[in-house]
Design a protein around this ligand. Structure first.
Ligand SMILES: [Zn+2]
Length: 299
């Protein structure tokens, strides 16, 4: 028996395993050690804190955000994030005006738009050193496409080539379409897998929810780590259960998103110092603000 077992094992490794590996090649992958190393490439003081602000809500039952969940009421927060450095701050996402809020709501009744908070978003964008985006959907990017402060915001708006491609060729809504000439006025970046963006900050390419989606790994001066995952999941239950969205109006690269959810789910158990933040998870934001892991207002 023993004599047979060993060659049989080799045979498996040589013949079966490479095939299995090939067929299960991930649609997306990332490595946290590499991401951490990239976050050290740019010298300088790391950020002190991260703030979140909700400027609108979408009310859609939980089953749309997390496949298999019951159709119970659920609030999706429309948000921006502010990463505060000792000498300035960077905005993550730029919000949207009320017409886009209504368009994205697709006629849903009574989805609130908080005009005062939206005004705070505009003010914060104007005061920011730069503005960078989790992805190119209207609720995240309209604030730098259709805004009275366009001329002021465009030169410090950092878009990836993939985000620009979507906006030029197949934007989520016709209102978001920009021409090549308009695109050229923005600060366009491109990178392969990871990019050092600022001290303590790595951009992670994460096409899936949209072609231009990226996650943001941010280490604070305190050592606390954050991963802003944008819309990879609309609710953290999607990460906890490795369950994607079930929203017919969204076209995603499902294989890539599933790989992202699997990776994030693994991090939940192994990385106790890492705070994973989903852009629209109102329940999570409330909890993180209460624990002082996120600031609840812009500064
Ligand atoms: Zn979104």
């Amino acid at each position: 028996m023993r004599r047979l077992a060993l060659p049989a094992l080799f045979l498996f490794v040589l013949v079966i395993a490479p095939r299995a590996q090939q067929s299960s090649a991930p649609a997306w992958s990332a490595n946290l050690s590499d991401i951490r190393r990239v976050a050290t490439l740019i010298p300088g003081r790391k950020p002190l804190r991260i703030n979140v602000l909700k400027f609108a809500e979408s009310h859609r039952t939980k089953n749309f955000s997390v496949k298999g969940e019951p159709a119970t009421p659920s609030v999706q927060a429309r948000t921006v994030f502010q990463v505060v450095y000792p000498d300035g701050y960077v905005m993550v996402d730029a919000g949207m005006d009320e017409p886009m809020h209504k368009q994205i709501g697709r006629g849903a009744e009574g989805e609130p738009y908080f005009a005062e908070q939206a005004q705070q978003v505009d003010n914060a964008l104007r005061g920011a050193r730069s503005i960078v985006f989790t992805h190119e959907h209207g609720d995240h990017i309209t604030g730098v496409i259709r805004t009275p402060y366009l001329a002021e915001l465009v030169p410090k708006t950092v878009l990836t080539r993939a985000q620009v491609n979507t906006l030029e060729t197949r934007p989520q809504f016709p209102d978001l379409k920009i021409t090549e000439e308009q695109a050229a006025r923005y600060h366009i970046i491109d990178y392969d897998k990871y990019m050092a963006f600022a001290p303590g900050w790595t951009l992670i390419k994460a096409a899936g929810h949209t072609p231009g989606s990226q996650m943001m790994f941010i280490t604070l001066d305190s050592g606390r780590e954050y991963l802003l995952i944008g819309d990879a999941a609309w609710h953290m239950d999607g990460v906890r259960k490795v369950a994607g969205k079930d929203a017919p109006w969204i076209v995603e690269d499902t294989a890539a998103v599933t790989d992202q959810l699997r990776w994030l789910n693994g991090l939940l158990t192994t990385e106790k110092n890492l705070v994973i933040v989903a852009s629209h998870d109102d329940d999570e934001h409330k909890e993180l603000i209460a624990k002082k892991l996120l600031g609840g207002r812009l500064e």
